[in-house]
Design a protein around this ligand. Structure first.
Ligand SMILES: [Fe+2]
Length: 350
């Protein structure tokens, strides 16, 4: 069994606790996960001794650790049959080969990766974000305990919470939505829209931590069925090029995207707004603006970005395959630029 985590969890004694609980079953500890894991960081795992004998992977941490655990499952499954050489991407991108179970233990409330069949890998050489996907990437077990988020600082609590809110909304304004995914995402938003402002005011609010963890899990379940859409599609180049945290990049334009998708509403957005306690979509849009503006100012996430950076090349890279076409309303580059400009204007980015 292997543990995949960040150096921080090793330092804080969490890995020792897991090793103690598992007697001598933990054979490999990979405390090497960094934010936004690269292809190279996964490639580096190929040289680890004992990979071909792994029987389970415990992925402890935020989305990066869990995604790394999923990629390791494919890599180690492949190593069992043959010692893989050649292109790392060709190995880990083989749908269906992961047969080493991943036990996901999220320590943030946001990514929902513990219940999704996808993993994000950053290809810094080609300056693109890549996605692994396939049912073999669903973790076998998810241990979801809000106690594990207690020590999360406010900035990470907010940015990961915004990711969960984005997941829920993205699954609703999504062409793949079903009555089940809509119900789960609606319940997720009922929790998150109240819990996140409470956590911003008091990070030790245990009930709010619990609701946020549930919201993240449910939003993850919803996007596991629908995938994400416009808001995530436009976020990836902003994270890659300007270092804007994922949770911020995929949420800062939610009010504008809500307004944009409202033009193609088949009734689901009006229904969502009333089901979570607003009189109309306007009320929901106002709440989102309020939440984002009060949450993002202390993060100063846009300091390295100006509207001049919205070049044709950057906007073209916002057409993420498997994401943008899920959006309820068709989007062209003119729409994208307008959404970005309107959103950035609210944060004073000119
Ligand atoms: Fe996300």
């Amino acid at each position: 069994m292997a543990v995949v985590t960040t150096p921080g969890f090793r330092k804080r004694g969490m890995v020792d606790r897991i090793e103690g609980m598992m007697n001598d079953r933990i054979k490999i500890v990979l405390d090497v996960v960094s934010s936004y894991p690269s292809l190279e960081s996964i490639d580096a795992l190929r040289g680890v001794d004992g990979l071909d004998a792994l029987d389970a992977i415990v992925a402890l941490g935020g989305g990066s650790s869990i995604d790394m655990g999923k990629a390791l499952s494919r890599l180690a499954s492949s190593a069992r049959d043959e010692h893989p050489s050649g292109n790392l991407w060709d190995i880990v991108n083989q749908d269906g080969i992961a047969d080493i179970p991943v036990i996901a233990v999220p320590t943030t409330a946001g990514t929902g990766s513990e219940v999704t069949p996808t993993a994000t890998v950053w290809d810094y050489q080609n300056r693109i974000k890549r996605s692994l996907s396939g049912d073999d990437l669903f973790p076998k077990v998810a241990i979801v305990d809000p106690v594990l988020t207690h020590d999360l600082p406010v900035s990470l609590t907010v940015s990961s919470g915004l990711d969960a809110i984005s997941h829920a909304l993205e699954s609703i304004w999504n062409r793949n939505a079903s009555p089940i995914s809509l119900a789960v995402a609606t319940q997720s938003l009922r929790f998150s829209l109240h819990a996140l402002p409470r956590l911003k005011a008091d990070c030790s609010d245990y009930e709010a931590r619990t609701h946020m963890m549930q919201a993240s899990l449910m939003a993850g379940m919803a996007i596991s069925q629908t995938r994400t859409a416009l808001s995530h599609s436009l976020s990836y180049p902003l994270t890659m090029e300007f270092g804007i945290p994922h949770g911020v990049a995929c949420s800062f334009a939610l009010p504008e995207i809500l307004g944009f998708n409202l033009m193609s509403d088949d009734g689901r957005l009006e229904r969502l707004a009333t089901e979570i306690g607003f009189e109309s979509v306007d009320g929901l849009e106002y709440r989102l603006r309020e939440l984002l503006e009060s949450s993002l100012s202390p993060l100063e996430p846009f300091s390295s970005l100006s509207c001049n950076d919205l070049t044709e090349d950057l906007v073209n890279r916002m057409y993420a395959k498997g994401r943008l076409e899920n959006n309820l309303r068709d989007v062209d580059s003119g729409d994208l630029i307008q959404i970005l400009r309107d959103a950035l204007d609210r944060y004073g980015v000119r």
